[in-house]
Ligand binder design. Structure first.
Ligand code: SF4
Ligand code: SF4
Length: 440
């Protein structure tokens, strides 16, 4: 195994930029970017449930700095749809024992411009009134490629950190590199931030990489956590908010650190493959495969990678247990995986590794499926209908009654099923026979 690099991209960037001092002055910008004349934190304070008097643990609130690197904002969209818990409930601290989350998000906050950046500045100065976590949506990049040319890949705000105190644009990577050491936790949301994702696909002119590539293997938050990863493109919103809540309970001292796998994914959310909870799984087992999108069967032959992909969207759905790839007809393209997208392209082509298992399930299915259909037909009849040799349905039922051989098979099946029935009695047998009391 190759040794990890001696320095990290985050450290290389800080070495290039050097230390910074000095910030905006409040007098200078006044209420600029503060159209409601109030910050989001102050606006929500009267509605929040957690307070100095009501909180059950040491933390009354936690600041959450959301940064968008090489991102499409899809993670933001999906998290705003979360319901268990919802973003609103975290912001208002409606969960017993959870501290209030004071969110600093470039899209949803009331304040903007220098007033928006002020909280991050206070965090850097060590003057924030509560612990903070950092959240990255979108990949980190290699800003050392851009800095020498006077440019940048992704940025947020300006600070007087240029030569002679001149204002200069501050990149997302610089904010992350400077804030990460003091953060209570560093969370990567979405496949771009967790593994590199689409911006890091082959070619990759920006040097896009995962947050854990950027901060390095040895990164630990002030609470001792490595980077926490919640992948997906876009991720399931509840996967994120549920993980945040679990970490907050840990920070609050209410429970152990939830279980993460060796890549920092919440183990209880990403421990299973898509296939294991897929609503189309039984089609795979019976060797019934879709020829085109819109067909109800298993999608593996038109490009589904579900059997080898860690993702819970088939069981959790997209929002409120509704939607989700296969549930709505989409094949899995592996968007939660570190190998995405390069190891899954070309999309919507049959994964080569599926050939052997689909052949096996086709072979088994050729035997098992007719037997199941035969048993289902038997189970779709009441014992009374069996005895009277007649189904009183007015719904155009034109099916023939089971013949002698089919009936014999059903009787054998019933006898087999009841062979270990400890409550057996001599009461009327099931299956066809002479009419019994109650039968007309
Ligand atoms: S559609 Fe995909 S995940 Fe679902 S059963 Fe088929 S291969 Fe498995
Ligand atoms: S099923 Fe596949 S494509 Fe859909 S969200 Fe999960 S990993 Fe992504």
């Amino acid at each position: 195994m190759a040794a990890p690099p001696r320095t990290t991209p985050a450290q290389e960037l800080l070495d290039l930029l050097g230390p910074v001092e000095g910030f905006h002055s409040r007098e200078e910008y006044g209420d600029f970017g503060l159209p409601a004349r109030v910050t989001q934190e102050d606006y929500l304070a009267p509605f929040a449930r957690a307070s100095r008097d009501s909180h059950l643990g040491p933390l009354e609130k936690v600041h959450a700095f959301w940064f968008a690197g090489m991102s499409c904002d899809g993670c933001t969209v999906s998290v705003t749809g979360a319901t268990a818990p919802s973003v609103e409930s975290l912001l208002l601290a409606t969960h017993p024992g959870l501290p209030q989350v004071v969110l600093h998000h470039p899209v949803v906050n009331l304040e903007s411009g220098p007033n928006y950046m002020e909280a991050a500045e206070r965090a850097l100065k060590g003057e924030l009134d509560a612990p903070y976590v950092i959240i990255l949506e979108g990949s980190s990049t290699d800003e050392t490629l851009a800095v020498p040319h006077g440019g940048y890949w992704s940025a947020q705000g300006e600070e007087p950190w240029g030569e002679g105190g001149e204002m200069r644009t501050v990149t997302i990577d610089e904010w992350i590199a400077r804030l990460a050491p003091g953060a209570a936790a560093a969370l990567a949301i979405g496949t771009c931030a967790t593994w590199g994702g689409v911006p890091a696909a082959r070619g990759n002119p920006t040097g896009a990489m995962a947050l854990m590539d950027f901060l390095g293997k040895d990164y630990r938050s002030t609470f001792g956590l490595p980077v926490v990863n919640i992948p997906g493109c876009a991720p399931q919103g509840d996967n994120f908010t549920e993980t945040v809540a679990a970490i907050l309970y840990f920070l609050q001292g209410f429970g152990p650190l939830p279980e993460f796998d060796e890549l920092g994914r919440p183990a209880w959310l990403f421990g299973e493959t898509v296939h294991r909870t897929c609503t189309r799984g039984a089609y795979y087992e019976e060797g019934a495969f879709a020829d085109e999108f819109g067909d109800p069967e298993c999608l593996v032959e038109i490009g589904c990678w579900g059997p080898v992909v860690n993702c819970n969207i088939t069981s959790r759905g997209a929002i409120r247990h509704v939607g989700g790839c296969m549930n709505t007809g989409g094949a899995c393209i592996g968007c939660t995986m570190p190998g995405f997208p390069d190891k899954f392209t070309p999309f919507y082509k049959r994964p080569p590794g599926s050939t052997m298992s689909t052949l096996a399930s086709r072979t088994v299915g050729a035997l098992v499926t007719p037997l199941r259909r035969y048993t289902t037909e038997h189970l779709n009849r009441t014992p009374r209908w069996d005895r009277q040799d007649f189904v009183p349905s007015g719904w155009s039922r034109e099916r023939e009654e089971p013949g002698f051989i089919a009936d014999l098979g059903h009787r054998f099946y019933d006898a087999l099923r009841r062979s270990n029935d400890t409550s057996k009695s001599d009461a009327v047998e099931w299956g066809r026979g002479p009419n019994t009391i109650g039968d007309d």
